[in-house]
Design a protein around this ligand. Structure first.
Ligand SMILES: Cc1cc2nc3c(=O)[nH]c(=O)nc-3n(C[C@H](O)[C@H](O)[C@H](O)COP(=O)(O)OP(=O)(O)OC[C@H]3O[C@@H](n4cnc5c(N)ncnc54)[C@H](O)[C@@H]3O)c2cc1C
Length: 398
């Protein structure tokens, strides 16, 4: 490891790995650091990603794909199923990854492109130069050292501290840090090519339960709920155990993970002088689904491209780096985040009776032309009792 780089990337998840790879391919001197001793482990993810979204970044490889998914089901509190066939399920279908291998592959590719990679290396504070971020103090096995860089990319995930140390407000509103628990459950009867989402205020208040197949008889079975709904006997683990007991009683957990997912709006700004923030650290995971792998890779790549331009022009000021911030906000991903935040806010307020009504009527609609807007228009026609709520949702996501 040198003491000076063009770009320092903090965090070896998908956002950091793609950022390091992109920047190294553009000829920058890059260093990626990861505080954990091994890339990709432990996995805190249900590992689902849409087919087209993944393929935008990397050719699928059986070494890190656990399952291919063709369809999805949404189950209402009363058990009614909305079945999304392959042609209409969009990005609800695709792959269930093996992130222990996938994340390593991405970092491997960054290294092959020329990036230095340091594991067990933690950023402990920013290095400031004339009020600008100019690198970081790092700690590696108890030894501290400074690394200077023209630009630092904070890709340090949901627990991100780096941007906050640089003076950026990264607070996630309490209600909007979904708290999750997940088992890798084996010995269960599942549909191995279908993901299932269970809704309901009793099952998963302000959230959902997911069943994401990992092979023929195993699945990531997890739950995400709002902390505002947690309490004694109502923690994610309690609700997950209750779900497994009644729905998958033969299941045996061979892994258990807990973690948080930001389901808030993104940071007000994802750049400052010498600093760019990507992925979960920028709070760009999808507030409706909690999915953030693609969004981390998308923002990681864009940040590296803009960093490369700015470094070659010799201007890494906040103003110059803003091209990244406006770039992702104006992208399809950025617009989907804004829309899905409003949809999430609508859904979490619905009673189980209303959820039943919506899923029952959606299940009857011929969803050949599936899009969120056409679905909501159809639902308005079919649910006069929900007219006002649905109309205001439709108007807010136009
Ligand atoms: C239970 C659960 C289920 C999920 N399921 C899905 C899903 O099915 N599909 C989906 O798309 N998304 C899912 N997500 C979200 C997804 O895991 C994240 O959005 C994604 O990993 C974000 O990538 P990232 O690169 O921004 O951050 P991360 O993958 O979190 O990587 C950040 C890295 O930074 C490192 N780091 C942190 N601080 C420092 C420091 N100071 N110095 C050095 N390194 C540091 C961390 O150790 C970590 O490795 C799920 C999340 C949870 C919790």
């Amino acid at each position: 490891m040198r003491s000076e780089y063009d770009l320092l990337v903090i965090g070896g998840g998908p956002g950091g790995a793609i950022a390091a790879k992109t920047a190294a391919e553009k000829g920058l001197n890059v260093c990626l650091i990861e505080k954990r001793p091994a890339i990709g482990a432990p996995v805190r993810c249900a590992e689902g990603i849409g087919r087209e979204l993944l393929e935008e970044f990397i050719e699928p490889d059986e070494r890190w794909i656990s399952s291919e998914i063709d369809g999805a089901k949404i189950i209402a509190p009363n058990g009614t199923a909305l079945v999304l066939e392959p042609q209409m399920a969009g990005n609800e279908v695709g792959y269930i990854l093996d992130r222990k291998v996938f994340d390593r592959e991405l970092v491997w590719q960054a290294a092959e492109a020329g990036s230095d990679v340091m594991v067990k290396t933690r950023a402990i504070s920013p290095l400031m130069k004339n009020g600008k971020v100019g690198g970081a103090h790092l700690e590696f096995c108890g030894i501290q050292r400074d690394v200077r860089a023209e630009v630092v990319i904070a890709a340090d995930g949901v627990e991100s501290k780096f941007a906050r140390w640089c003076g950026i407000d990264t607070t996630i509103p309490y209600r909007e840090l979904a708290t999750c628990a997940q088992y890798l459950l084996t010995n269960i009867d599942i549909e191995p090519r279908t993901t299932i989402f269970y809704l309901g205020n009793r099952i998963a208040p302000e959230g959902y339960v997911w069943v994401f197949p990992k092979g023929e008889r195993s699945a990531n079975v997890g739950i995400g709920i709002s902390p505002a709904d947690c309490g004694p006997g109502q923690r994610p683990r309690d609700l997950l155990d209750a779900f497994v007991k009644s729905n998958l009683p033969t299941g045996r957990p061979i892994e258990c993970v807990v973690g948080g997912v930001p389901v808030c709006e993104p940071l007000k700004s994802t750049v400052s002088d010498g600093l760019m923030i990507v992925g979960d650290a920028a709070r760009v995971s999808d507030p409706l689904t909690g999915g953030g792998i693609y969004n981390a890779m998308f923002t990681g790549k864009l940040a590296a491209e803009v960093a490369s331009e700015c470094i070659s022009r010799g201007d890494c000021s906040q103003k110059a780096l803003e091209k990244y911030d406006s770039g992702w906000r104006d992208s399809r991903m950025g617009k989907a985040l804004a829309r899905n935040y409003r949809i999430k806010e609508f859904f979490i307020k619905l009673s189980d009776e209303k959820l039943n009504l919506l899923v029952e009527s959606a299940a009857k609609i011929n969803l050949k032309e599936f899009s969120t807007l056409t679905l909501i228009k159809e639902l308005i026609v079919r649910n006069p009792s929900l007219l006002l709520e649905l109309k205001s949702l439709r108007d807010s996501i136009r």
